[in-house]
Write a protein that binds this ligand. Structure first.
Ligand code: KG4
Ligand code: ZN
Length: 350
């Protein structure tokens, strides 16, 4: 518990560009951000941290589906092909020119190194060519900031971050100060979804498909184990093994059986997540909670979090849950602990 959110070795610098009250100076702020940490090449322009002016995402899902997962080398090459058209489209949709942009932001990490390099270098190049500030962003932090888009959310709040690579409960004390209360000790939720989906023969990424099947199944059909770990920590590898055993013992060719397995798995994951979020809310005393990351698109997790009584709940619309650049631009506006050195290098792990 209480580890600092940024536990990598790079120096964060104070972003003195934005004070969170730019309107005071009577000037609107337009940030163009680029995201390329995994298999989405994305570019967006966001006004004053909350208003999305343009949002373009080129997904590589079709390419990687045939391999059952993301192939980093292929992903990096596809980013190279997509990056220029995606940036041009973001300017076009916004009807803005590079000179209208206040600052250029890019994801620094965590993510796939070859992929990150493409987007980050594009953001740096735009900043250098048009003589504008550059802001480097942490991808996980950006997912949380997706909740600032089109809302009036202000810290403090508890964040449940659930993505393909991470599962964390975070105490967001202020725009800049956050503490990880707990995280997964093995698989991330999205990873567990994708692995279980593969077990039952669904194509990559299996998470959204598994979610769809689960909605048609009985969540109480099979009892699956809830791991015993620390108050705010998670473990999903035992659950994954239990599903593997279950799949071997039932008739997997029966459509209803598959739906019941999916529903039982989804029930186990979502109730574990919500139980721990509830505890974090109790301990912190906060009255606001947000979900973030690709798995925040999950129907059952959304349903359960919105059922929490006595709390203001925020969940980004689906398009801002999975990887996108609008969340990166919002983060560049709100969070002043960023990587602003134009020489900053990408990093793979948080
Ligand atoms: O945040 P994200 O787009 O990429 C990472 O930063 O990891 O998350 C992708 C993950 C994948 O594992 C995908 O299967 C999962 O989010 N996902 C879902 C749903 N939609 C996306 N998992 C469960 N239910 C969904 N509806
Ligand atoms: Zn992500």
């Amino acid at each position: 518990m209480s580890s600092l959110y940024y536990n990598n070795t790079m120096n964060m610098t104070k972003n003195t560009l934005f004070t969170h009250t730019p309107v005071e100076f009577g000037k609107d702020t337009y940030i163009m951000a680029i995201e390329s940490s995994c298999d989405e090449t994305a570019c967006a322009i966001v006004k004053n941290g909350r208003e999305v002016i343009s949002n373009v995402v080129a997904s590589q899902i079709k390419t990687h589906a045939q391999f059952g997962g993301v192939i980093p080398e292929i992903a990096a090459r596809e980013h190279l092909e997509a990056i220029n058209p995606v940036i041009s489209e973001a300017f076009k949709q916004a009807n803005l020119k590079p000179d209208d942009i206040t600052a250029f932001a890019g994801t620094v990490g965590p993510g796939l190194v070859g992929c990150l390099l493409v987007g980050l270098n594009a953001a740096k190049t735009l900043a250098l060519v048009y003589d504008k500030p550059f802001i480097g962003i942490n991808h996980l932090n950006a997912h949380i900031c997706a909740n600032y888009i089109d809302t009036e959310l202000k810290p403090p709040f508890i964040a449940l971050l659930v993505s393909g690579g991470h599962t964390q409960i975070i105490d967001v004390k202020s725009y800049d100060e956050q503490t990880i209360l707990g995280e997964t000790i093995d698989d991330a939720v999205g990873e567990a979804y994708d692995k279980v989906a593969r077990l039952i023969g669904l194509p990559y990424p299996g998470g959204p498909l598994l979610d769809k099947l689960a909605q048609q199944g009985n969540p109480n059909a099979y009892k699956l184990p809830d791991a015993k770990v620390g108050d705010f920590d998670f473990s999903f590898s035992g659950l994954k093994t239990a599903v593997l055993r279950l799949v071997k013992s039932v008739d997997i060719n029966d459509e209803q059986v598959v739906k019941d397995v999916c529903a039982s798995f989804q029930e186990c994951v979502s109730s574990t997540l919500i139980k721990k979020v509830k505890k974090a809310l109790e301990v912190s005393g906060y009255k606001q909670v947000v979900i973030a990351g690709g798995v925040a698109a999950n129907s059952e997790i959304r349903k359960k979090i919105f059922e929490l009584e006595g709390f203001k709940v925020f969940a980004p619309p689906m398009k801002y849950c999975t990887d996108n650049a609008a969340m990166v631009a919002s983060c560049a506006y709100f969070n002043t602990n960023t990587y602003n050195d134009i020489d900053v290098e990408v990093f793979s792990r948080a």
